[in-house]
Design a protein. Structure first.
Length: 751
């Protein structure tokens, strides 16, 4: 649900969806951070992935671990090279990192297409881990100067909960590079500090006194009266009556397990065991529930997953009691409710992300599942595992083991102060919050300032969107990947197909050169574009859009015609699919060009950035699923055969080079070479105007030494090496044709 009364929630959504600003979304316990993540997953058009620092956190967030997504090697990371560095250390440096990485081509493509990376439970992420991820994204996205390679970062978490784990030994190495182990002190943050946005509306606690007390503890402002108020609930040795349904929060797994087992053993009746089912790949060290769940009638349990559907009967942390177990069916009821509910098993998914070229989306692929009843024994739980849970009643038993942050975590699980029992006293030193965290929180801005920043960031995002329209690198790289794939295609006439793909690649590279020039023009125009109401900017965007859209249409038609030829051949399915995906790259670039024209036109009409972005987003939602365009039926009069060739010849006669002609005509260099070669075979163009005399004899000899009757150029090229081009070979083959014609005519004349 999108709480329309929660203005900060709405602001955060717009920062994520309508800007490329890095964002740290935080909030006290119960303010809806998990709800926000769920909303963004369902309502963002950006290609995104969700990662978390631990296996359990990743499963609960519906994502993957940071280590699995980035294939990180074991050990920490030092962000700079030191001459005296010990090569046997378990730390990586920028020099050693990529030697230890094993990144597949699919994973590289996934990183290149990524637009939004969400890191959940970021409070546990170490600074060096974030710098490691930054370096990897810059490298594989080929954008070395941009933080995270241009990916927008959304950090979600509460820094007042449990901190990152760093040993004394590791900190001895890290302290020379980092002020603290917290993520906000990573080196990359100096370039890309996130906007601090804190959700304020508390959905868990409803008592003003309790909320105020928690705030004071969180901010190192707890007074003696606050501690006195807490200690009114101090009851050492307290034993709760069974019907009270208290849960004990303690510091160690062993103590929580012992309490649960002791309570279970005191219950009469049969002990039942329910074994979980694992399918596929699921890390047994990151199980979200017990592998073997032991229960008896009367056992106190808590739910570890939210109910699905319209009517939510339970939530993560809700306490229940096992009423009966019959025929392997479990029944529970909730405190204060006599109605029984049949317990149903839940399935947790282990996923991995992959980029779907056909749909242009980052998708989740299920690789394993864990199925078990979504409950665990709940007489006790560790404070660490209680993060994210909500209890009406709790006994807090931490003794002298309280670490900074643990008091706040434990207390903030409760919905009301009256549900608290302190089993051990709280020393003032136990409620200390790390001062480095408080310093970072001071970057928070007022809501009015955030609103102004949003408008500014939306405007900047619109302008960067226009500029990014003419970034041809993704299209060029997509075409290069397609060209390389021909090595794996088993199709007839493979050589001709490779030549066709090479010609299209050459054309795209020419387009990239022109797009780069156009982008540089836009970069000069954008800073002053507002002065004339964006009129000149729109004029240039429209002109560029028309020029490049024509190129896209020609490429789409070209691919469609080539696809029809391929489909008539045997063993063509794999190649046809690759052509379909290739065609979609051009189709999407065409859509991007169209969007840019609409946006620039909207700017001239005074439409605000938010409305423009929303308009484009709505148009994309309404658009039908993309299909591979078929060859366009041209209704205009076709040029006479040879007209296009002769235009190239005329430009060549004017002194223009082949590459220059290709750029002017928006055709591939190889196409222009073919045009000119046709005039060599007719004698209208001298071979020496295309091929230097020193190369001519060498190429003629190579043709004779391979198969002079074949017109295949690849064997000739292989024999000649890199110093000779396909265009030169094609020209010499045409020259041989001309020589043969001349000889035939001479023979005919002599007889």
């Amino acid at each position: 649900m999108f709480d329309t009364s929660n203005h900060l929630f709405q602001l955060a959504v717009r920062f994520v969806n309508q800007t490329d600003r890095h964002l740290f979304l935080t909030g006290k316990a119960g303010t809806g951070k998990t709800t926000f993540l769920k909303y963004i997953r369902e309502h963002s058009a950006k290609k995104m992935a969700v990662v978390a620092p631990t296996g359990v956190a990743a499963i609960n967030a519906g994502g993957v671990t940071m280590h699995s997504f980035f294939q990180l090697p074991l050990g920490g990371f030092i962000p700079s090279y030191q001459g005296s560095w010990n090569s046997n250390s378990h730390f990586n440096t920028p020099h050693t990192l990529f030697r230890n990485l094993r990144i597949s081509n699919d994973k590289k493509l996934l990183m290149q297409e990524l637009e939004l990376l969400v890191i959940d439970e970021v409070s546990m992420v170490r600074a060096d881990l974030l710098d490691e991820i930054d370096l990897i994204l810059r490298h594989f996205r080929k954008r070395p100067t941009e933080p995270f390679g241009g990916v927008q970062m959304l950090y979600i978490g509460d820094l007042f909960q449990l901190p990152p784990v760093v040993s004394n030994e590791d900190w001895e190495l890290l302290k020379d590079h980092y002020k603290s182990p917290f993520f906000f002190d990573a080196q990359v943050m100096k370039q890309a500090a996130p906007l601090y946005l804190e959700l304020k509306k508390i959905y868990r606690q409803h008592e003003f006194e309790f909320i105020n007390l928690l705030n004071n503890i969180r901010n190192n402002q707890a007074t003696s009266s606050d501690l006195e108020r807490l200690h009114r609930h101090y009851q050492p040795g307290y034993v709760s009556p069974t019907h009270e349904n208290y849960i004990t929060l303690t510091t160690h797994n062993a103590k929580a397990d012992a309490i649960n087992q002791n309570q279970l053993q005191t219950l009469p009746g049969t002990l039942y065991e329910f074994e979980a089912v694992i399918t596929g790949d699921f890390n047994e060290r990151a199980l979200p529930a017990d592998m073997v769940l032991q229960l008896k009638e009367g056992a106190q349990v808590m739910f570890i997953k939210n109910d699905k559907g319209e009517f939510r009967r339970y939530f993560n942390g809700k306490i229940a009691v096992i009423t009966r177990i019959e025929n392997d069916t479990i029944y529970v009821n909730f405190p204060g409710d006599d109605n029984e509910m049949e317990l149903e098993k839940e399935t947790w998914k282990n996923i991995r992300y992959h980029y779907n070229r056909e749909k242009d989306t980052i998708e989740e692929e299920e690789i394993g599942t864990f199925t078990q009843y979504p409950v665990r024994l709940a007489w006790a739980i560790t404070i660490h595992k209680s993060q994210g849970l909500t209890f009406d009643k709790a006994i807090i038993d931490a003794g002298a083991s309280f670490a900074p942050g643990q008091v706040y975590v434990a207390l903030s699980r409760l919905t009301q102060l009256d549900g608290l029992v302190l089993y051990s006293g709280i020393h003032p030193g136990c409620i200390y919050t790390d001062e480095r965290i408080l310093e970072f929180t001071r970057s928070e801005k007022e809501e009015d300032a955030l609103q102004q920043e949003l408008q500014s960031d939306q405007h900047e995002f619109v302008l960067r969107t226009l500029l990014n329209t003419f970034n041809w690198l993704p299209l060029t790289e997509g075409m290069e990947r397609h060209f390389e794939e021909y090595e794996h295609f088993k199709i007839p006439d493979k050589e001709q197909c490779v030549e066709w793909a090479g010609a299209l690649l050459s054309s795209v590279r020419n387009q990239q050169e022109m797009a780069d020039k156009f982008s540089r023009q836009l970069q000069q125009i954008l800073p002053l574009a507002e002065e004339d109401g964006y009129q000149y900017l729109h004029q240039r965007i429209k002109a560029g859009g028309e020029f490049f859209t024509k190129a896209m249409d020609e490429a789409i038609t070209n691919i469609g015609e080539h696809t029809k030829v391929i489909k008539r051949q045997s063993k063509s399915r794999k190649c046809s699919k690759a052509l379909s995906e290739l065609c979609l790259l051009f189709t999407r670039k065409k859509q991007q060009l169209n969007d840019a024209v609409q946006i620039s036109e909207g700017l001239t009409k005074g439409i605000d950035a938010s409305s423009l972005l929303q308009m484009i987003e709505e148009q994309h939602k309404m658009a039908p699923a993309e299909e591979v365009p078929q060859p366009v039926e041209k209704t205009t009069a076709r040029p006479k055969k040879g007209d296009s060739h002769r235009t190239s010849l005329e430009l060549f006669r004017e002194g223009k080079g082949i590459a220059e002609i290709a750029g002017l005509r928006n055709l591939a260099v190889s196409t222009i070479e073919g045009h000119l070669a046709s005039f060599i075979s007719t004698g209208e163009l001298d071979i020496k105007e295309i091929v230097p005399e020193a190369k001519l004899e060498t190429i003629l000899q190579a043709i004779e030494e391979t198969n002079p009757e074949s017109r295949a150029m690849t064997p000739i090229k292989a024999k000649l090496g890199d110093g000779y081009s396909f265009g030169e070979i094609r020209a010499v083959i045409s020259y041989r044709d001309w020589l043969a014609t001349q000889n035939d005519q001479a023979k005919a004349a002599s007889t």
